[in-house]
Write a protein that binds this ligand. Sequence first.
Ligand SMILES: [Zn+2]
Ligand SMILES: [Zn+2]
Length: 345
Amino acid sequence: MRELTYVARRTVEWREAPDPKLRSDGEAIVAPVAATPCDVDSAILAGRATRRKPQIGYSIEPPFALGHECVARVVDTGDAVTAVTPGDLVVVPWSINCGTCDRCRAGLTAHCSTVPHMAMYGAPIGGTWGGLFSDLVRVPYADAMLVPLPAGLDPVAMASASDNWSLARRLVAPHLQARPGARVLVVARGSIGLYACDIARALGASEVLYVDPEPEHRAIARRYGASTAESLDPLPQGFEIAVEATGRVDQLALTVKCLAPEGVCESAGNHFRPGELPLLDMYLTGVTLRIARDNVRAHIPDALQLAASGKVAPEKVVSHVLDWEALPTALPEKHLKPVFVRNEA
Ligand SMILES: [Zn+2]
Ligand SMILES: [Zn+2]
């Protein structure tokens, strides 16, 4: 089988690898049918994630198999697997988790203590688990990890449920539930922020402001009912909820200055470079800042339920629908949210 392999800045290629085999009776083999880049894959492709080892504390040097967002078809399962059967369409979460350790049972699925720290698809940290832009993928804890795709949901629209779509729901939904009708600021550079706009409007935000220098992204945000701005100059004020998904600390520092007293800011993280935050301002305003890898497996069912409600339209973020075979040439070129679809015939 082939794995789409990140080999150098802006360069990916198919590399042959042995077909994955079941190694225990709790595993599954799946074949991705619709896969899409996570927003962080843009940083990886641009070479921004690999050059700062001393600061980020781990190395993600090429070559490695890329991709951690997909809907897949179950191909084979071990005898102990009960949650899915061959033929099922499933969401594959980005992180590897066992489902039975104390942390998994507490919902901290990105911090599973059975597997190495940071174990994930699509980056060689916490072991080597392959990537989801591969012809076949081994899922080591099938019952714990895989989530069947509800009937009626489109694999293309939901390819991002592995990470960015489900993350975006978690960034805004709990806060809007606690603060109904809040004003929401989204400072972003890609799919996470656009999904957040959609979800915030669907869940009753009284106003959503989307800030991004990219005109194409702002146009999508306006289709979701958000107002838009190119930058945080001048600084807008008085938001109860803010989402920052830029990977830039200077943008996070500005975002927290836009909050109303006791406001909450969620950062989607991936700040590969160090920087400063205005801690005194944050203290005086009373800011709650959360910056956390998402325990996505715990949130995927709620995110799929929201998608199935019909209140949201994640398909509007899909920028291109392309054939699986186009991955090596198109992935470095197509921005925002290209979805690569495998012909299963
Ligand atoms: Zn991701
Ligand atoms: Zn675990």
